[in-house]
Design a protein around this ligand. Structure first.
Ligand code: IMP
Length: 431
């Protein structure tokens, strides 16, 4: 195995960061290919909490080269802040272990203002992270966005920004009526933070192409989750990038014979931040317990995550969308601490029973059908007897139910926040 795509199989926050960090041990490259600093990957290193937003999770492994490829939307200011935070946490970052594509789209302060204004004023709240992700990708598709390479000359920057802002200024002034910086101020701001980026910038496509030719190992680290994908997700309550497997191809690089393995990551239950339908959402004590015990707060915005029951029709759909080869099941320890265990195995939808979601399904109109299982054996995070617990019938029944429904193995289980609380049931790369 030379290439692996780690992909969120739900609505994000599945615990991908820790898995990426663990898999990255001994790898050559870890690549972010979509999204931006709306992501929040939390990793506990020697008891210290490190939250990565834009920087790939490979950064904690000294011999691994972390790459931010052209599909990522980069806020130069957020990038700079993240470098400062990593430095304060004792993580060494330099062009030797981090590269950024010069073709990444730039998130400006205007994008953030647009994002916030729409959320506050439009009456059609998506519940975004407010980081300017959507407006930035809109400009990219509209062919009037800025790229990181534009930041190296103030003249070029001013030219691109003027073009970019022609329509936006009217909206900010006349529709949303909010204060915004002048073009000159924004040029200065972007140029200032852009300078910090210069040494990291380059052609990451050729870097990856060469890596493939040399037979090096590459982990493509997805952010958010498949159900937030712009094309396959629960539209319009989605993010603005291709979070699924296909995003690797447009956002980073197309390996000659495809990607060797797609590893989906799913929580043993389900969470969602922001607005949008959530068929198996819990409004009872179990939901409140999962939220509290699981510490279900957004890593980027601190918002409370809505909690629900594992939804197999959605997970099956995610498997098909990203051609998942195996599944990592996370937060087993949290699920074990609640007294009630239910799984949604099918939906009643338009007079029929269906066991998989599909593009365009109206999730507000489905009636989930549940099966009840015996609760998992109680365990604490990092349980030392995890392997023994895994042999107990309740655990086996739960895992088998998922494997049978998806027809792929649960190759990995996570049972605590530390990078050591991972149990591998199959090999990834050579480990
Ligand atoms: P945006 O990506 O900020 O535009 O937000 C669009 C939707 O994606 C909202 O529902 C957000 O809560 C959700 N979202 C974006 N990033 C993440 C993430 O990293 N984890 C979970 N949800 C996210």
């Amino acid at each position: 195995m030379k290439t692996l795509n780690l992909v969120g199989a739900q609505w994000g926050d599945e615990g991908k960061g820790k898995i990426a960090d663990k898999l990255a041990e001994g790898l050559d490259y870890v690549v972010r290919f979509q999204g931006g600093h709306n992501a929040g990957h939390t990793i506990y290193l020697d008891g210290k909490k490190i939250v990565l937003h834009l920087v790939p999770s490979g950064i904690l492994n000294p011999r691994c080269l972390s790459v931010i490829s052209h599909g990522v939307a980069v806020s130069p200011e957020a990038f700079s802040q993240e470098l400062d935070e990593l430095h304060l946490s004792g993580v060494h970052v330099s062009p030797q272990n981090l590269r950024v594509s010069a073709n990444c789209s730039v998130i400006t302060r205007f994008h953030r203002l647009m994002d916030e204004a729409r959320e506050q004023q439009s009456g059609e709240k998506i519940g975004t992270t407010g980081k300017g992700i959507g407006p930035c990708y809109e400009d990219k598709i509209a062919r009037k966005g800025l790229r990181l390479s534009d930041l190296s000359s103030k003249g070029q920057l001013a030219k691109r920004l003027e073009l970019n802002l022609r329509e936006k200024l009217v909206l900010l002034e006349k529709l949303y009526r909010i204060p915004f910086p002048s073009i000159e101020e924004e040029v200065g701001h972007l140029f200032h933070y852009g300078e910090r980026l210069q040494e990291f910038m380059g052609d990451t496509f050729s870097l990856l192409e060469t890596a493939e030719r040399k037979g090096q190992t590459i982990l493509f680290e997805g952010a958010q989750g498949i159900l937030l994908d712009i094309d396959y997700g629960s539209y319009p309550y989605v993010t603005s990038s291709s979070t699924s497997y296909s995003g690797v191809y447009s956002g980073a690089f197309v390996p000659k014979s495809g990607i060797d393995h797609v590893l989906g990551v799913a929580k043993a239950y389900l969470t969602r931040v922001g607005e949008g339908p959530f068929p198996s959402e819990l409004f009872n004590q179990t939901g409140a317990d999962l939220q509290r015990i699981g510490g279900e707060f957004g890593a980027t915005t601190g918002r409370i995550r809505r909690c629900g029951v594992l939804d197999l029709p959605l997970l099956k759909f995610a498997k098909k969308v990203s051609r998942m080869d195996s599944l990592a099941l996370t937060k087993i320890d949290v699920l074990s601490q609640v007294d009630e265990l239910k799984v949604c195995h099918a939906y009643r939808y338009e007079g029929k029973t269906i066991d998989s979601a599909f593009p365009g399904i109206d999730l507000t109109k489905v009636t989930p059908e549940y099966i009840s299982l015996a609760p998992l054996p109680k365990m604490i995070a990092q349980a030392e007897n995890f392997v023994e617990l895994l042999e107990l019938k309740e655990m086996r029944d739960f895992i088998e139910l998922i494997e049978k429904a998806l027809n792929i193995p649960v190759g990995l289980l996570a049972y605590g926040p530390n990078r050591e609380a991972l149990h591998f049931r199959q090999k990834y790369f050579s480990k």
